[in-house]
Design a protein around this ligand. Structure first.
Ligand code: FPP
Length: 249
């Protein structure tokens, strides 16, 4: 029986963030080049996005390329950028068919012009869709994001628009790439690594973490459902006690 049938559709996390890890190791196991693993990873992306939409997830954020990934061998970076362009271009009609809206976060101006253009076109073409929002984190790192938020707040203070005493969580949120997006309730990382690797540090403050040994190219919607079920069996206390939570029910 599919895990899907056991999911409580009233308690599905509205936002799931995923660190898609293990493409390189998966390819090595097959005796192939690392980029082959990234190509296979696209099949997992397609399946997981479809699966998330089927159970009513509203946002899914995929860590597709980190700021640190620019330090990989040029051949791999170039191949990843080409893969992004070809995937976004090929998948846009399907995104529209499935009512998926594409968005992106990160230092997007640092992407190659062809990649940025394809991305912006797809974001534009899918902007009216009302189902799942697929957010690609590209050239993204949380420290970069927080640093730029701090700089923008400093400018507001310098201009006299904001006083240092008045700076609140809301001001910080306003300058994050995710200002329009609710924080993820669930973060999944594949490949057995237990790190968050500079991903959504602010936004994951109260998220539940789910780690699986599966390598990303082997991860499918059924694995997503298993993670959602695991999430639904946890008690989210937000700093309160179990008793307080029962009283407010
Ligand atoms: C991490 O595995 C994966 C990446 C850095 C790239 C992920 C990109 C894709 C799956 C393509 C996505 C495309 C779209 C359109 C979203 P790794 O290379 O670090 O694996 P390793 O840890 O085994 O070396």
């Amino acid at each position: 029986m599919s895990h899907k049938n056991s999911i409580d559709l009233q308690k599905v996390p509205q936002h799931i963030a995923i660190i898609m890890d293990g493409n390189g190791r998966w390819a090595k196991q097959q005796g192939e080049s690392r980029i082959y693993g990234h190509y296979e990873g696209v099949n997992s992306v397609r399946d997981v996005v479809e699966g998330a939409g089927e159970v009513g997830v509203k946002y899914i954020t995929l860590y597709a390329f980190s700021t640190e990934n620019w330090n990989r061998p040029k051949e791999e970076v170039d191949a990843l950028m080409e893969l992004l362009v070809s995937t976004i271009s090929a998948e846009t009609p399907q995104l529209n068919k499935k009512n998926v809206r594409l968005q992106a976060i990160g230092n997007l101006d640092s992407l190659p012009p062809a990649c940025l253009q394809e991305l912006n076109e797809s974001i534009d073409l899918t902007s009216k869709n009302t189902g799942l929002t697929l957010v690609l984190a590209l050239s993204y790192s949380s420290k970069w994001e927080l640093l730029s938020a701090v700089k923008q707040i400093a400018v507001d203070v310098k201009k006299g628009i904001l006083s240092p005493d008045a700076i609140s969580e809301e001001h910080i949120k306003k300058y994050l790439c995710t200002k329009q997006i609710p924080d993820p309730e669930l973060m999944i990382r594949t490949s057995g690594e237990h790190r968050i690797s500079n991903f959504l540090l602010w936004q994951l403050a109260y998220a539940e973490f789910y780690f699986t040994e599966k390598l990303w190219p082997d991860f499918r919607k059924e694995d997503l459902y298993e993670a959602i079920l695991n999430y639904q069996n946890r008690e989210r206390r937000f700093g309160k006690t179990s008793e307080q939570l029962t009283q407010t029910k």
